[in-house]
Design a protein around this ligand. Structure first.
Ligand SMILES: [Zn+2]
Ligand SMILES: [Zn+2]
Length: 338
């Protein structure tokens, strides 16, 4: 019996009788993070990091059964030692380790290695079996350093002040929005948040500190908005309120901005290469740091990435899952927020 099996409902640990991020309703689920493709409806019980729980309740219903487990604390399920470790993806995001008789599996969920200043930074967990995502598993995906990204945002904000325009940043409500908020607040800009973003902020604020901001409303004067930043979800792009805020520029934040032509196709004025996922280098570093003898590659460029890992002398295999890539994640988010 393998410690983890890949079943129709999701990743399953038969000995502990628990699923990790299942996509079909099951009795017991461990949730790596609160994004819609990992945290779904219909589970009888949800085990997650305490920061994820308010967001999950907001999205899935206040009456779901939840149990919180902090990073580095362990519980035992039928002799299997289970722990959560920081994944650095979004606030509360965790890798799950399952350990039994010398075999140790780590299911990473989604992760990134950069410290975004909001999420608890990624920690490598030595293991025998590592289940990794591969959303950006191609060499072309190479993220700029955080300082470079900050510098770009500072420059953009300065140009908005000069042209007396409003900056509208489209970022998804959980993770990106808070990261943008923090960086933009550091530029001295006043921050306005759209409703869907603000509801998520409220959930996160039970546990983490977020910058001062004002919820956007259509009574705000143009002068108040000029040179400042509105953060909204991509779903509100082109919505009626954007016609009433006066001259403005739009921006998108995504790992896909690294691909030529993405900004133009997305119809925005600015594209910031900012992702919640590991880039090519990050994936490789993470895989190596685990020291795993066997790697399972889930969502993203699975075929390419597992071939590459195999060529590096580590046994790798593709696993089909129902997790989305960054864009699908975003779409899922929007469905939920509507
Ligand atoms: Zn995610
Ligand atoms: Zn994902």
């Amino acid at each position: 019996m393998s410690l983890i099996e890949f079943k129709e409902e999701g990743l399953f640990c038969p000995r502990a009788n628990v699923y990790i991020d299942p996509w079909k309703p099951v009795a017991k689920a461990i949730i790596t993070h609160a994004h819609a493709d990992h945290s779904r409806y219909g589970m009888k019980n949800y085990l997650a990091h305490p920061w994820s729980i308010p967001v999950m309740k907001h999205r899935l219903g206040q009456d779901i059964n939840t149990q919180a487990l902090d990073f580095h604390q362990s519980i035992s399920m039928n002799g299997v030692k289970i722990m959560l470790h920081p994944a650095g993806h979004i606030p509360g995001s965790a890798q799950v380790s399952l350990e039994y008789k010398g075999e140790k599996w780590v299911v990473s969920g989604d992760y990134k290695l950069e410290n975004d200043g909001i999420s608890t930074p990624f920690e490598p967990v030595p293991c025998t079996h590592f289940v990794t995502e591969s959303t950006f598993g191609l060499p072309v995906f190479d993220w700029p350093e955080e300082e470079v990204l900050e510098e770009q945002m500072h420059r953009w904000r300065a140009s908005l002040v000069e042209s007396q325009k409003v900056g509208v940043v489209y970022a998804y409500a959980l993770g990106k929005a808070q990261r943008v908020m923090k960086t933009m607040a550091n530029t001295g800009a006043r921050i306005f948040t759209h409703a869907a973003v603000e509801r998520t902020n409220e959930c996160l604020e039970h546990n983490i500190e977020l910058p001062d901001r004002t919820e956007f409303n259509s009574d705000l004067k143009k002068e108040e908005l000029q040179g400042n930043i509105i953060i909204a979800t991509p779903g509100s792009m082109g919505a009626r309120w954007t016609k009433k805020i006066g001259p403005h520029e739009t921006a998108s934040v995504s790992g896909w901005m690294r691909m030529r032509g993405t900004r133009r196709r997305s119809n925005v004025d600015m594209g910031f290469v900012m992702s919640d996922h590991a880039d090519w280098k990050g994936l490789n570093t993470a895989v190596k740091m685990t020291g795993a003898e066997k790697v399972f590659v889930t969502h993203g460029y699975t075929e390419v990435y597992s071939k590459w890992i195999n060529s590096q002398g580590i046994n790798a295999e593709v696993v089909k899952t129902a997790f989305g890539d960054e864009k699908e994640e975003q779409n899922e988010e929007q469905k939920e927020l509507k």
